[in-house]
Design a protein around this ligand. Structure first.
Ligand code: URA
Ligand code: SF4
Length: 226
């Protein structure tokens, strides 16, 4: 598969331009069976980017990330953690819904590494336009996309980490704050925090404990921004 890079116009310097281009991506085979590309959403001035796995059934139909049950739980957790929802940008590691047909039902299938790799240029392009202060990775797929295949969310969640050397051009992602005189102040590197995926909370045997863990991790994120 060719990957997404060739579908990203170098002159696409806004999120809207990227989103429009992503609508025509054929960087891997997932575009064939899915309804549409589900690009990220949120303000261009978002301080925090939340990265999920891939759109679900509902997201695929609506064309927006996190509008189904996992999104509802995520919004509640964001609220309970005291994260400002207006300062968030929501996106996914993979922009098309991967599923298996069973009868008439579309059953979620975890994307393979080839899909994550093919789609990563879109994520990198989003980071480069947004320059977030903090990236929160939700679950194993997003974590592996940014932190490599050996990263284990269960063991390494809930702590602030420096931007990983394995990610492309970290200097492109780091927000460069402008000081009161209009000059460029010291540029702190973007930071990253991993936590469990809201869908994993919905699947957990003990949902209350899993939910409390998600909120605790997001609270670390909220404090980092304060
Ligand atoms: N799960 C995800 O990872 N992303 C969505 O957008 C919805 C559900
Ligand atoms: Fe392109 Fe990503 Fe969709 Fe594959 S999943 S076609 S790389 S947007």
């Amino acid at each position: 598969a060719p990957g997404a890079q060739q579908f990203i116009p170098p002159q696409a310097d806004t999120l809207d331009a990227l989103r429009a281009a992503a609508g025509g991506c054929r960087g891997c085979e997932l575009h064939r069976d899915a309804t549409q590309t589900v690009f990220g959403r949120g303000g261009a001035d978002a301080r925090v980017v939340l990265v999920g796995e891939q759109p679900g059934d509902m997201e695929d139909q609506k064309g927006l990330p996190f509008v189904g049950p996992a999104g509802r739980l995520l919004r509640r957790a964001v609220d309970d953690a005291g994260l400002d929802p207006t300062g968030l940008y929501l996106t996914n590691a993979v922009k098309h819904f991967r599923f298996e047909l069973r009868g008439r039902r579309r059953i979620h299938q975890t994307p393979d590494r080839v899909h994550v790799t093919a789609c990563r240029p879109w994520l990198v392009a989003e980071f480069a336009r947004l320059r977030p202060e903090l990236v929160v990775v939700l679950g194993a797929t997003a974590a592996k996309a940014l932190l490599g295949p050996s990263f284990r969310v269960t063991r390494q969640r809930g702590t602030l980490m420096p931007w990983p050397a394995s990610a492309e051009r970290p200097e492109d992602f780091a927000r460069v704050p402008v000081d009161s005189a209009g000059g460029v102040a010291d540029a702190p590197a973007a930071r990253l925090l991993a936590t469990i995926h809201p869908s994993a909370v919905l699947r957990a045997d003990d949902q209350d404990t899993a939910y409390a863990g998600l909120v605790a991790d997001l609270t670390v994120a909220a404090r980092a921004l304060a």
